[in-house]
Design a protein around this ligand. Sequence first.
Ligand code: AKG
Length: 258
Amino acid sequence: MLSPEQISFYRENGYLLVPGLLTSEEAAAYRWECHALAERLSRERNIDATWGSAREAAPGAHSTVILHCHDAQFHSAAFTRLLVDPRFTEAASKLLGSPNVQLHHTKMFIKPPEKGSPFPMHQDFPYFPHERHTMMAAIFFFDDGTEEKGCVRVYPGSHKLGPLEHSPEGGWHLPVEEYPLDGAVSCPAKAGDALFFSYLTIHGSGLNTSSEARTTLLIQFRDPEDRPTQDVHRSRGQGMMLAGIDPLLPLTGPGTGP
Ligand SMILES: O=C(O)CCC(=O)C(=O)O
């Protein structure tokens, strides 16, 4: 359960690190699932998802890699269980301010040792704009996300700025001179922690220069009554209810026909 102080911190700053949402044993089991998945996928194709703009944003980022899998719950049931884990859905519901929590998509990321790619600072808004801006992310850390491993960084309170203009080149990102990685607040995390943030919160992350991988799953979710303003970023499983109900579905969706 989140405390009133944690909820008001989130409202004020646009992000919240929840320590120990999973046990270290659970985090280790999810970490194993992620690495096994990356290995299966890498046998078939290149799963590097380094942004073109990341190569300009961080010195030394020219030959870096970030292993990625979208919609991880379609590859392993372990992730399906995490999506509906009440420790996650209760926190998500409290921060959304709605009993109803709807899945948008998931992304697994592994920043490999010594060469894990950074993410330039950005809002997630331009990727999937919505009417009421309820969209949020929770990043689960399955091993420690230290500064050296390229932890997530945020500009606290930036969610109050509203949608900002981004450059679409090499991944939607903000001007590097205006929003440098170094100017943001680091959010180091331990295995089992979860970092929640609004899709308007300016965030990014640094290079992994350590000798260990950084392994995470990002769950993107929203209030189901908040509708997209553009038909973009459709994902498998999008619309699945993680908590509560979808009050709009009886009007528009499956189950309404003969
Ligand atoms: O995992 C990270 O370091 C940041 C991920 C991110 O910024 C994103 O997926 O939008």
